[in-house]
Structures are given as C-alpha cells and as structure tokens.
Ligand binder design. Structure first.
Ligand code: SAM
Length: 342
C-alpha cells in the first residue's frame, strides 16, 4: 500500500538524510565557498569551481544542495551567500562557526563513525578513529600544532557565540576577581571584562594552550587586559579569586575527576566566593533536549565525561560545600549555574 505524503515518516526521513546535509555544509566550509562568495554579487558555478579548483559538475551539485538547505541563495544570475552564511559560515566574523564546523568534519566525524563501538564498549573511540591511544583526550588534541589550533578555533567559535549570554545570565558585579579554569582562548574572559569592567579575569589552562592564545586575542579592545596563567588544574595550585568559572570543563570528566577538581576549588575558595558553570544542562528526565543529549553522545565518543542534569550538577556541587545553586536556561547553546561556598 502506497503511503500518502501526509502519512510519510518525515522526521525519520529527515534524520536518515541528516548526515548528508551535515557533510554538504562541512565540505562547502572546507572549500571556503562562503568566504569566496562574501561581499560578491551572484557567481556562476563554473566560476566558483574555477576559483576554488574543483570540478564543475561536483561543485554545481554541492551549491544546489547548499541552496536547497537555505545556506546559499540561487537566482538566474548565480549563487550568493544568505545573510546567515555571511555571519556564521565565513571564517573571519566574530560569530563565525567555521572553526567548529572544521572540527566537526575533521575530528568529530571520524569519532561518530565509531559510535556503535562507543555504545557497545561505553568508552571513547579516539584509538579507533585516529589510530592511537593517549591517556587523556587533551594529549590527543595537543600532540600536533595543527590539531591544537583546530581544536582551539572550534572552542573559540562556540565561546564567542555563547559568551554574552553566559556573562549576563547572573549579575556578577559583586565579584572582584575571577578565574576561568580551562578558559582556552579567553573568549569568555574578554566578554566578562567588557560586561564587568571592574572584574579582574585570569584564564588558567594547560601550557600548550596558553602558548597559543595570542592568535585569538581581539584587536583594538579598550577593556582591562585578561591575564593568562598556565597550569594543570588537577595538579597545580589554583589562583585565589572570588569566582571560579568552569565552562564546558566538567562535561569532559568522570564524576571521580569532577570531585577531584571541585574539592581543589573548594579548598581555596573562601566563604561567599562562588563557582559559575556553563554547560548544556539536561532536563532531569533526560528526554527533552536533543542538542544536549546528542552532545552527551559526543562526550561518549571522545571523553571520559558526559552531559549532566541540573540536579546532578547540584548534587556534585553540594558535596563540596557549594550551596544556593541557581540554574539559568539561557536559550543559547550553554546554560549557566551559579553556586556559593557556604
Ligand atoms: N572553557 C572553554 C570553552 O568553554 O570554550 C574551553 C572548553 S574545552 C572543552 C576544555 C578546556 O579545558 C580546554 O581548553 C583544555 O585545554 C582545558 N583543560 C583540560 N585539562 C586541563 C587541565 N588538567 N588543566 C587545565 N586546563 C585543562
């Protein structure tokens, strides 16, 4: 019996195709097609192919697919960027997602190819995807300058997109000093000093990361400088500040390692000082937020960690003396949790 169009399982059909659409976006980004079309009038496929150095027949199909997905506009004059492509898909804008898209193609795609093994074994798949087994995921990322730069660019792009909502989810004006533990390129730190001009912000990250941060610093900024300190938050002394920030850090680690880190923070944290978490917070029943639940699969294929619900974060924090746990769902990719040392 033929299904009528209204009875087709459209959601399932869309999901079956989802990887094709992702890959079309990734390849167009890798070929820098959106950079190529920026600030230009419509271009014909044959001219784009000749400039980019690709086949005309392949390029035309890719461009048509991107236009059908709403990434490009197609008119009789040729292809041009949509407004959203100009803002998010070109590689140089403040809110560019290019870094995260390249990371998705080059790093997450091979990892997700091994999702079945990850589910069967309950563990990360870096050795299958990349042929080696490092003892922690950041050693995988930082063994080569190229992979490290790619990872940092990916973190930077999501941090730029979320920083304003993270910085303003709570009024942080009572804090005089903050340390962004695992703060990577300093994108959130720079947003914080803009929103709170009296806040002194230190970014604390592994030496390999700190050595690479200059590339990501904003030019012509008129706010207080951000300080960068290198160290290992599991082993080294932490700076003494009023506010410890952990953005997309706890989700990398098992509950055991989260306890180690929270107890170190608790040991240096004075009463009244606080922790600010930025994570994709799952709903308590773990059934409603597919972006966050898919991110938890992303954590499974590459880390020891997982995404957690608000109650799970609250329980972890309370065990280390952090109370008055408040959660703000921002509507952006990251939600924010603030708690205070009793
Ligand atoms: N906070 C940034 C953000 O939200 O964009 C980066 C998040 S990234 C998933 C985790 C960060 O933790 C990386 O910058 C990594 O280098 C840092 N990190 C991992 N292990 C660390 C350690 N032992 N000591 C200090 N930083 C560490």
């Amino acid at each position: 019996v033929l299904q009528s169009a209204s009875k087709l399982p459209s959601k399932i059909l869309e999901l079956m195709d989802g990887f094709r659409a992702s890959k079309a976006l990734f390849v167009a980004s890798k070929l820098k097609i959106f950079d190529h079309l920026k600030d230009k009038g419509p271009m014909k496929a044959v001219d784009i192919a000749s400039d980019v150095g690709t086949s005309v027949c392949g390029t035309e199909r890719l461009l048509d697919a991107c236009a059908s997905l709403g990434l490009l506009e197609k008119t009789p004059q040729g292809y041009s960027n949509t407004d959203s492509a100009n803002t998010y898909l070109t590689s140089d804008g403040k809110y560019s997602l290019h870094g995260y898209i390249i990371h998705s193609n080059d790093h997450l795609w091979p990892l997700f190819t091994n999702l079945e093994s990850a589910v069967k074994e309950g563990s990360r798949q870096n050795h299958r995807a990349f042929g080696k087994k490092a003892d922690d995921l950041f050693k995988d990322y930082y063994h080569s300058q190229e992979v490290k730069q790619r990872f940092m660019a990916a973190m930077h792009s999501i941090a730029n997109l979320t920083a304003r909502d993270v910085a303003t989810a709570f009024d942080l004006s009572q804090f005089k000093s903050a340390c962004d533990l695992g703060g990577c390129t300093g994108a959130l730190a720079h947003e914080l000093v803009q929103v709170y001009p009296n806040l002194k912000v230190t970014v604390f990250d592994l030496p390999e990361v700190i050595a690479n941060t200059s590339y990501f610093q904003p030019s012509g900024q008129h706010t207080a400088p951000v300080t960068f300190v290198s160290g290992d938050f599991f082993k080294d002394n932490l700076p003494e500040v009023d506010l410890y920030i952990l953005s997309r850090v706890l989700h990398d680690w098992s509950d055991e390692k989260v306890h180690v880190l929270l107890s170190k923070i608790s040991a240096v944290c004075r009463p009244g000082c606080a922790i600010l978490l930025a994570e994709m917070v799952l709903d308590d029943e773990k059934k409603n937020r597919s972006t966050a639940l898919l991110q938890s699969l992303n954590m499974l294929v590459q880390t020891e960690g997982k995404e957690r619900s608000g109650s799970e974060y609250q329980a972890l924090l309370e065990q280390h003396g952090f109370t008055n746990v408040k959660i703000r769902v921002t509507g952006n990719l990251l939600d924010v949790i603030l708690c205070v040392k009793a």
